[in-house]
Ligand binder design. Structure first.
Ligand code: E4P
Length: 235
């Protein structure tokens, strides 16, 4: 399973890349805004460079299919590792599958986004999306169980040998990460604030504290013993 970082914050991406746990990054217009990216092209280029050959998802900003296509073609020229996020439908409910299909034919990688149901996911995969982004937190907001959606989509992709990969996004709690991983996500995109919480544990700290204290005691004993061994010879 891969881990992406759901962020446009270059510092955070650098920190977690150095920890060896980041396989890519995802952004959307809200994340870019929150993380202070004012120039989309500059921001995306910077993040794409940081990520090396790991994928960076950048989302189109229009409801209009032709504008989506134009933006996607432009964004894809910014860096080789940029993948274009296309919503499954625009805000009026018009299908964006044709846009996904066209971009796939042009060799541009697509992350089909804002997916909330099994049916949306399988259509996006059929249309040629490289990634299908299931929004776990938003599925749960609607009273549905994201783990069931993730598991069903994963089974379907495996059954039909689809190359599409599930990204689980919209992570709201650390527990969402475990649930998504166990439900069969290929990738989970994690907001950076959850990563320290995943690493840390109160009892791990306590355990290490005990070992450090005991090591100090052992070292003291060892140096005492050395002095005693050294003393008779010295005389
Ligand atoms: C990631 O690809 C999504 O854009 C992001 O996780 C959405 O998160 P939200 O539902 O908290 O806005």
């Amino acid at each position: 399973m891969q881990i992406f970082i759901d962020s446009a914050d270059a510092k955070q991406i650098e920190i977690w890349l150095a920890q060896g746990v980041v396989d890519g990054a995802t952004t959307n217009p809200s994340i870019m805004f929150k993380d202070g990216v004012t120039n989309m092209e500059e921001g995306a280029r910077e993040l794409a460079t940081l990520l090396g050959d790991r994928p960076l998802s950048v989302e189109v900003t229009s409801n209009d299919h032709l504008t989506m296509l134009e933006q996607a073609r432009t964004f894809a020229t910014w860096a080789r590792n940029i993948v274009i996020k296309i919503p499954i439908v625009n805000e009026f409910g018009d299908s964006c599958l044709g846009v996904i299909h066209k971009l796939n034919h042009e060799g541009i990688g697509v992350n089909a986004t804002a997916i909330l149901s099994f049916n949306q996911a399988i259509l996006a995969a059929k249309a040629g999306a490289t990634y299908v982004s299931i929004f776990a937190g938003r599925v749960a907001d609607e009273g549905n169980d994201p783990a069931i959606v993730i598991r069903n989509v994963r089974n379907w992709l495996d059954q039909w040998e689809s190359p599409a990969r599930i990204i689980v996004g919209s992570i709201r709690t650390v527990m969402d990460i475990q649930s998504a991983a166990l439900a069969g996500a290929h990738i989970i995109t994690i907001p950076p604030q959850f990563l320290p919480k995943m690493v840390d544990h109160r009892y791990s700290r306590e355990t290490v504290r005990q070992f450090v204290r005991d090591a100090e005691k052992t070292l003291k004993e060892m140096s005492k013993a050395k002095v005693q061994v050294a003393a008779p010879g010295a005389g």
